[in-house]
Design a protein around this ligand. Structure first.
Ligand code: GLC
Length: 426
């Protein structure tokens, strides 16, 4: 049975399309996990995994001395990489607040850094024209009520008040904020216990254009599949968040453990095809500098997006159900109206056949840095053969080029069976 919506919920829904327009068009954002755990470099869960006593962990705050305005490096790189927004951990599970808080002393303003790192981050992102997101972990390993709130009502009251007060600070101290990205609603059992509806009402009142994720245990504006690119149901916005190298917080892993630039474009293909966004993480060193490999990989992604982003990635576009165009060994598909796009990641050489193609093809073009080149093609009953391709892939950034196939009607291919060798069919 459909749940009856409150007046507030109806209003939020009606306004969603407007608020989320930019978000859908943006497609690609930078996630930044940065906190005291970055000093240890053994994953952002290190305090919990290694069971470091709070008193010992807290002392890291005195050692946290990031370089002034180090966030400019992140924002510049995000822009170069073709990202349109950023989301930074303002408070991760460790409980340390990266801003200068009036609610807690366990914050950057009153410990080692002696600065408001959130304010610096906001300024850096804005300077590059990027939208600004705040990650905020509801779970808190530092606050004395952060665990016992689950079993003691007075503790729950204090902790929820504390949580709402911090969120309120974030929503009032830094100007316009574009995204609030909650995380881990543990240990309270449900949205009622967190008083999430009330909290989000406050957030929307203070930031009428903000976009909220689903981790305050209310679905709100978008879903957040993690470490996998799986679309939510049609009509529901979603954003896949992915680590770059297996850890969200800084960890010095070998180069091979990082996603390649080609893999990042493959992720971008998947989210584009299924109407989602990609929030790709970087974990800066404690001093705020980014690992060189993040620079190297993201710059190459950016070079590719400079050529293909506008046409292939950004903007509102319909989902392309994978089944319609099936899979190919050398390419992946997206489609828009009567046009199919093959993202060719393994260059086929000068000729290329697409089996079981259905419908009339009007033209085939190869898209590259210098624009579009028309290609020859012929249509046989069971395949489309494209010829006159260059010997090697025209894309020198990543070796992924696009073939645009314009059709007389919506493009589609027939079903594959294992036994249908060419010639068996009549
Ligand atoms: C998980 C982890 C956390 C990380 C987050 C990002 O919930 O607990 O460390 O920040 O995923 O999505």
């Amino acid at each position: 049975m459909a749940r009856k919506l409150s007046k507030r919920a109806k209003g939020v829904l009606a306004d969603r399309k407007r608020r989320m327009q930019w978000w859908h068009k943006a497609r690609f954002g930078m996630f930044v996990h940065w906190g005291l755990y970055s000093i240890l470099g053994r994953h952002e869960w290190v305090q919990n995994i290694e069971q470091i006593p709070i008193g010992e962990y807290e002392q890291l705050a005195a050692k946290f001395k990031p370089k002034p305005n180090c966030m400019r490096e992140w924002a510049k790189l995000a822009k170069k990489a073709g990202m349109k927004y950023m989301v930074m951990t303002t408070k991760h599970h460790e409980g340390y607040c990266l801003w200068d808080s009036d609610v807690t002393d366990y914050c950057a303003g009153r410990t080692g850094p002696g600065r408001d790192l959130v304010a610096e981050y906001v300024a850096a992102a804005r300077a590059e024209g990027l939208k600004v997101g705040f990650y905020y972990s509801l779970m808190d390993w530092h606050h004395p009520d952060g665990y016992r709130c689950a079993t003691s009502e007075p503790a729950r009251r204090r902790f929820v008040d504390y949580t709402h007060a911090l969120v309120k600070e974030l929503m009032t101290k830094f100007g316009k904020i574009d995204i609030l990205w909650y995380d881990v609603a543990h240990p309270l059992p449900d949205a009622k216990a967190w008083e999430s509806a009330k909290m989000n009402r406050m957030v929307r009142k203070l930031q009428p254009d903000i976009v909220l994720n689903d981790r305050s245990l209310i679905p709100e504006d978008f879903g957040t599949p993690e470490e996998s690119i799986v679309a939510e149901g049609e009509g529901r916005a979603w954003e896949a968040c992915m680590t770059f190298n297996g850890s969200w917080g800084f960890m010095d892993t070998p180069a091979e453990d990082w996603h390649s630039a080609r893999e990042v474009v493959r992720m971008l293909h998947q989210v584009t095809q299924q109407g989602g966004n990609l929030l790709l993480n970087v974990g800066p060193h404690a001093d705020g500098t980014l690992p060189a490999i993040a620079h190297e990989r993201l710059k190459r992604v950016g070079r590719w997006l400079d050529v293909y982003g506008k046409k292939m990635v950004y903007g509102l576009r319909p989902r392309t159900p994978g089944g319609i165009l099936g899979s190919l060994a050398v390419a992946d598909w997206t489609a828009k109206g009567k046009t199919a796009y093959a993202w060719v990641r393994n260059w086929p050489g000068t000729e290329f056949g697409i089996g079981r193609w259905k419908g009339k093809v009007k033209s085939v073009k190869l898209l590259g840095p210098k624009g579009a080149t028309r290609l020859k093609f012929k249509q046989e009953p069971r395949r489309l053969v494209i010829s006159g391709l260059p010997r090697t892939c025209p894309d020198k950034a990543l070796g992924i080029a696009i073939l645009q196939i314009n059709c007389a009607s919506k493009p589609s291919r027939g079903m594959a069976t294992h036994t249908e060798a060419a010639g068996h069919w009549k």
